[in-house]
Design a protein around this ligand. Structure first.
Ligand code: PLP
Length: 438
């Protein structure tokens, strides 16, 4: 297997490297969010100049098919005309008022109509804010303190959620990052994804202390791990039985795997749902919503305090409304599924023909290729993937004009802008890269 890093790529990236050198003197690691720094694949990130449709253009004039999509939001493709128009028009009426606008009700109605478990919604500015607030709400509603999360699930960077992956059995939360006091995570119980028995055990141990289970209904922050049959249903049963709130963190899967998110695909009703990414159409938006009885506790209607100077921002609402309106057109998710199938069939054939020990995982318009001989069902198995092989694959795909997430532990995204020909080109690139690595 050949190893390759950015130093050896034949792409011309001189301007990106210059800008990265400058950025590193001004921003920690040269970035404003860690994974952008390409540490997961070695080498330096490429700096983006602009994007249109399925393409990203970097500052050196290279063009790439974009499978990152700003980590999920750009499901229509970049600079989508109706979204650009909506944001432009909104900006001409003023950027922010800190007062109610009708746009907030329009986007709220779109979310509520698309996701039946959501009866009321509160908009915030990021997925982090959404999960943090939903957990505060669950604790306010139940009067309990403990929460259950799953190893390898990412719910943003709130202190209480930065808990090191446990090793199969329940681990009392040990903070993942310096700066997070142990007291803050002491109530965070972490168990392996897909381990319903471990969750049942926690409820037996703390029958009256668990406020909520928070779960990514498809785990999309350790690569892509699907829920095994019965896992999510078991969480629903246990949380109902013990009076805990079930929170689906659909920041990634909401409006991605179906209009109604993963809960639509599995026919389930969580108590609260978190959103982000797609509902902002590329502008900073998050949201949490759910049963009216619970949402009524949110201030000013109820006592649970949560606020935001820029929450419900008119430009962000405009981008979200335009994006959801496009996604609600008939046939959009069928189109995404058909594009996903084209890619699946192509890549699975490559793996089979070339006898590559890798796992291709896909649901709807998201996928991941694990360089691992064993099926990936949780964080521990995801971590056993060959990250050096992934890094080499990543750089060679980049060289062929395919921009993938720069980490084995991130999901790839398909946008409606990707044509069948571009998907076929992608499969051809995967085939060529994996063949070369034999
Ligand atoms: C991205 C993500 C978050 C955090 O959202 P930010 O907008 O980055 O704060 C939370 N949960 C899930 C599942 C995510 O994918």
């Amino acid at each position: 297997m050949s190893q390759q890093s950015s130093a050896e790529t034949s792409l011309s990236l001189a301007r990106s490297h210059e800008l990265f050198a400058e950025a590193q003197t001004l921003l920690p690691g040269g970035v404003n969010s860690p994974v952008r720094a390409f540490r997961g694949v070695g080498g330096a990130p490429i700096f983006i100049d602009r994007a249109e449709g399925s393409y990203l253009y970097d500052v050196d004039g290279n063009r790439y098919l974009d499978y990152v999509q700003s980590w999920g939001p750009m499901i229509l493709g970049h600079s989508y005309p109706s979204v650009v128009q909506a944001v432009t028009e909104a900006s001409q009426r003023g950027f922010s008022f800190g007062a109610p606008t009708q746009a907030e009700s329009v986007l709220a109605r779109l979310v509520i109509e698309s996701v039946p478990s959501v009866e009321m919604v509160r908009f915030v500015n990021s997925g982090t804010e959404a999960t943090m607030s939903a957990l505060r709400l669950a604790r306010a509603y139940t009067g309990r303190s403990k929460i259950i999360k799953f190893s390898g699930c990412y719910h943003g960077h709130a202190d209480m959620l930065l808990v090191q992956a446990g090793s199969g059995v329940a681990t009392m939360g040990l903070p993942d990052s310096p700066g997070v006091p142990a007291e803050t995570t002491a109530n965070t119980l972490s168990v392996a994804y897909n381990d319903g028995d471990a969750v049942a055990e926690l409820f037996r141990t703390y029958p009256n202390e668990i406020a909520a289970i928070i779960v990514e209904p498809v785990a999309a922050n350790m690569g892509l791990v699907l829920p095994q049959p019965g896992f999510l249903e078991r969480l629903r049963t246990l949380s109902s039985q013990y009076g805990a709130v079930l929170i689906f963190d659909e920041v990634m899967t909401g409006f991605r795997v179906a209009l109604g998110g993963m809960q639509e695909r599995v026919g389930m009703t969580p108590d609260l749902t978190c959103f982000g990414k797609i509902i902002g159409g590329g502008l900073p938006v998050g949201a949490y919503g759910g049963r009216r009885e619970i949402m009524q506790l949110v201030a000013p209607l109820g006592p649970m305090y949560q606020a935001g100077t820029l929450s419900g921002n008119p430009l962000a609402m405009a981008a979200g409304i335009a994006t959801l309106n496009e996604l609600r057109q008939p046939g959009q998710y069928e189109r995404l599924e058909q594009k996903g199938q084209l890619l699946s069939e192509g890549i699975e054939r490559v793996l089979y023909d070339q006898k590559i020990p890798a796992q291709f995982v896909r649901i709807g318009a998201m996928f991941c290729l694990y360089f691992s001989a064993e099926p990936v069902t949780n964080y521990a198995s995801a971590r056993r993937s060959d990250t050096a092989h992934f890094a080499s694959y990543f750089w060679q795909m980049l060289e062929r004009g395919i921009y993938l997430p720069p980490s084995q532990f991130e999901a790839c995204f398909i946008s409606l802008a990707l044509t069948n020909a571009q998907l076929a080109d992608t499969v051809a690139a995967v085939s060529a890269v994996l063949k070369k690595q034999d």
